[in-house]
Design a binder for this molecule. Structure first.
Ligand SMILES: *[C@@H]1O[C@H](CO)[C@@H](O)[C@H](O)[C@H]1NC(C)=O
Ligand SMILES: *[C@@H]1O[C@H](CO)[C@@H](O)[C@H](O)[C@H]1NC(C)=O
Ligand SMILES: *[C@@H]1O[C@H](CO)[C@@H](O)[C@H](O)[C@H]1NC(C)=O
Length: 308
């Protein structure tokens, strides 16, 4: 009985400790309480919101530690160059270890705190995010596909499928392969100071066969339907073409027959020489002769008889 109790107590203690650990890591790891974010390598000036007199003593703390102290004009801690003319703290070439709370303090010559509750700043220095990469894996006997984004700690993820944002916010997105056959997946990782988007990646788990379906319709139906449509569209046209060709051929035959009967049908000189014909075409047109009326197309195959 006692051993069981002890075990229970031990496990309770472990839970308590691990909870505490979780809480601690969460509170230190989370950048939620940052007032200002800055990228590594950049600069940031912590403003002093107090009008400084020459007789004032200025202190800057990082957390509990004094990092700058100037008594009147004499710099006791840090460098002269650490603050600007207004007493604001200049931080350059930022590294992550410069993250922390920066607190100013102004004390006059009489030793009285004249700054009151001067505003402190919690600065968080972060690296810019790396350009993420999406890796694709086939799961469930190639029926499913998973895309995984290479994301760093404390970085936010957004997923995009063909440019449209997905609901998922995790490292991995899983889909049924057939449903995302040609879709492009990419992830956007971001932190408070930067964001990068990956190159798009497609699945290769599911490879369509020709007889497969497109939008749930068999490809054969599509092909057959398409061919049917083409037939419908083409057939009247083809028929018209054939009819026209036939007609033209007839016209040609008729015309060549006429040529044989009366070879110089259009030759005016010849017509003029014909007995009973004068040189005036207008006169001739009035007479019931075999000469065609002007303006009538002889190529249309109209027989001389038609003109009568
Ligand atoms: C494939 O993914 C679907 C939906 O995400 C899931 O319901 C199913 O269990 C998965 N199948 C396999 C074999 O992993
Ligand atoms: C995977 O799929 C193939 C083809 O569809 C099938 O022959 C095989 O039995 C499947 N394997 C498993 C483990 O489900
Ligand atoms: C990526 O996400 C960040 C943070 O939400 C956003 O500011 C940025 O515009 C996004 N980039 C693209 C290309 O969607």
């Amino acid at each position: 009985m006692t051993t069981v109790k002890k075990k229970k107590m031990a496990s309770a203690a472990t839970i308590a400790v691990s909870l505490l650990c979780c809480f601690i890591t969460a509170s230190t790891g989370s950048p939620d309480d940052c007032d200002v974010y800055a990228a590594t390598g950049s600069s940031f000036t912590v403003p002093l919101k107090h009008e400084l007199k020459e007789s004032d003593n200025l202190k800057w703390f990082k957390g509990m530690r004094v990092i700058f102290y100037r008594r009147q004009k004499q710099v006791i801690m840090g460098k002269n160059d650490d603050v600007d003319s207004t007493g604001s703290l200049k931080l350059t070439q930022l590294t992550k270890d410069k993250s922390g709370r920066y607190i100013p303090e102004v004390i006059n010559a009489e030793g009285i705190n004249v700054g009151g509750n001067l505003q402190s700043v919690h600065l968080c220095v972060l690296d810019r995010v790396q350009k993420p990469k999406v890796t694709m894996t086939c799961t469930g006997n190639k029926t499913n596909v998973s895309f995984t984004c290479s994301v760093g700690q404390n970085e936010k993820i957004e997923w995009f499928m063909d440019g449209k944002q997905l609901a998922e916010k995790g490292k991995t997105v899983t889909r049924v392969a057939t449903k995302v056959e040609n879709a492009h997946f990419s992830c956007n990782v971001s932190n408070p100071i930067s964001s990068e988007i990956s190159l798009p990646v497609q699945q290769i788990c599911y490879k369509p066969v020709f007889s497969e379906t497109i939008f749930g319709i068999s490809i054969w139906v599509l092909v057959g339907g398409g061919a049917g449509m083409l037939c419908l569209l083409c057939n009247p046209y083809i028929l018209t073409c054939v009819a026209l060709l036939k007609y033209e051929r007839e016209l040609y035959l008729q015309w060549s027959n006429q040529e044989q009967e009366q070879p110089d049908y259009y030759d005016h000189r010849y017509l003029q020489q014909l007995p009973g014909n004068t040189s005036n075409m207008a006169e001739n047109s009035n007479s019931p002769s075999n000469i065609p009326k002007p303006g009538i197309c002889t190529h249309c195959g109209l027989k001389r008889d038609d003109l009568k």
